[in-house]
Write a protein that binds this ligand. Structure first.
Ligand code: FAD
Ligand code: FES
Length: 343
């Protein structure tokens, strides 16, 4: 392939041999691999985690975010790059250890999506609904949104299920001074268009597992967990117990109940535990208090069989790190643990 790419794209090969794939000009190395069905390792697809690190042996790439926190300068100097943050400008050869697990069946694609509605949930959270040509994804996956005037795509997890109407729904928290949040919450109007790329993500519902399901969410970590629970309640296994632990800082942050009430099947089957962590602002709250992983631990230990459940959890890194540590201490096998860190 020529250095200009072309209709067939640039050829990306592995130094150790194995599958090669084409990367169309403008695409990132990671997304091109996943679109071709090649399983490069990754987690966030947003430059934050470092899981997609590859060593560039030959070829030219454009670095979309040289300061991305997922890659220390020392690794960059040794020729490493983040596959989710590089755009090839020639054929390339890379060295990387390929994961044993295979990709989910739905391959990601880019499409235009129109804002259908924005529903306020709390002081800093809202539900956004977008219409695209197709909405194919697994419960728990996420999409990368390219927002007008914002450098770099933003990852948001779907809170609904795949559907024929092409609807992608997200529960989103507005971060202080966040560029993407500003566009979504303040600048966009119903009918405005964005580019949506997805689905991505490996912490999707393992629907055929017969084990009980425990979901733990902090803040906007509720989004993928709503999708996972909605998928689980429709995937047979009527005897399977479904439990949600949802934590916020203040009582007003706990917006899960009225969203769950919209899904009759889930509402009837789901056991819920809500907790607040800001004890100074707990007026009128007679529920549980403390960090959500501490509350979850009490209940999981009281249940007597921590390893009898599959665990799905999402939220900010301090929360997901704490839950991960807790589950390892409780001797839950790693193949029953699925999570997204909202880096
Ligand atoms: C897998 C995953 C799923 C997520 N799901 C949800 C969800 O369902 N709901 C939710 O509210 N949040 C979710 N998040 C978190 C969400 O992506 C961040 O809160 C969001 O990126 C904040 O964007 P911002 O523009 O408002 O903030 P900013 O502070 O402006 O940007 C934050 C992030 O944007 C990216 N970024 C910043 N600058 C650049 C650049 N120059 N080039 C490329 N990238 C850049 C980085 O990822 C950075 O960490 C998820 C995160 C991940 C990783
Ligand atoms: S997948 Fe590339 S940094 Fe997380």
């Amino acid at each position: 392939m020529s250095a200009e790419g072309g209709a067939a794209g640039y050829r990306i090969q592995f130094a150790e041999g194995g599958p090669e794939f084409a990367c169309m000009p403008g695409d990132t190395m990671l997304r091109a691999a996943l679109r071709s069905g090649v399983s490069l390792p990754y987690e966030c697809a947003s430059g934050g985690c470092g899981a997609c690190r590859v060593q560039l042996k030959s070829g030219e790439v454009e670095d979309l975010w040289p300061q991305a926190p997922g890659l220390p300068t020392r690794s960059r100097d040794r020729g490493y790059r983040l596959a989710c943050q590089v755009r090839p400008h020639s054929d390339c050869t890379i060295a990387v250890r390929l994961p044993a697990a295979t990709e989910p069946s739905v391959r990601p694609r880019r499409q235009r999506a129109k804002l259908l509605s924005r529903e306020t949930l709390t002081a800093d959270m809202a539900q956004f609904s977008f219409a695209a040509d197709a909405a194919e994804f697994l419960p728990g996956q996420f999409a990368l949104l390219s927002l007008p005037g914002v450098t770099g795509d933003r990852a948001y997890s779907m809170c609904n299920l795949a559907n024929k109407d092409g609807e992608w729904r997200f529960t989103i928290k507005q971060m202080v001074n966040g560029a993407g949040g500003k566009v979504l919450f303040d600048n966009m109007n119903v009918g405005d268009e964005i580019v949506l790329d997805g689905p991505y993500g490996l912490s999707y519902l393992r629907a055929s597992s017969p084990r009980n399901i425990v979901c733990i969410a902090g803040g906007s970590g509720l989004s993928p967990v709503l999708s996972i629970l909605a998928g689980a309640v429709r995937s047979g296994h009527a005897e399977r117990k479904l439990t949600l632990f949802f934590g916020g800082r203040r009582p007003a942050d706990l917006c899960a109940d009225h969203l769950i009430a919209r899904d009759e099947l889930l509402d009837a089957r789901l056991t819920r535990h809500y907790a607040i962590s800001d004890l100074e602002n707990s007026e009128g709250w007679d529920g549980e208090r403390g960090f959500i992983h501490e509350v979850a631990r009490r209940h999981i230990e009281a249940g007597g069989d921590p390893a009898g459940n599959d665990y799905y959890f999402c939220g900010p890194p301090p929360m997901t790190d704490a839950v991960q540590r807790m589950l390892l201490e409780l001797k839950v096998p790693v193949n029953q643990i699925f999570y997204d860190r909202f880096v």
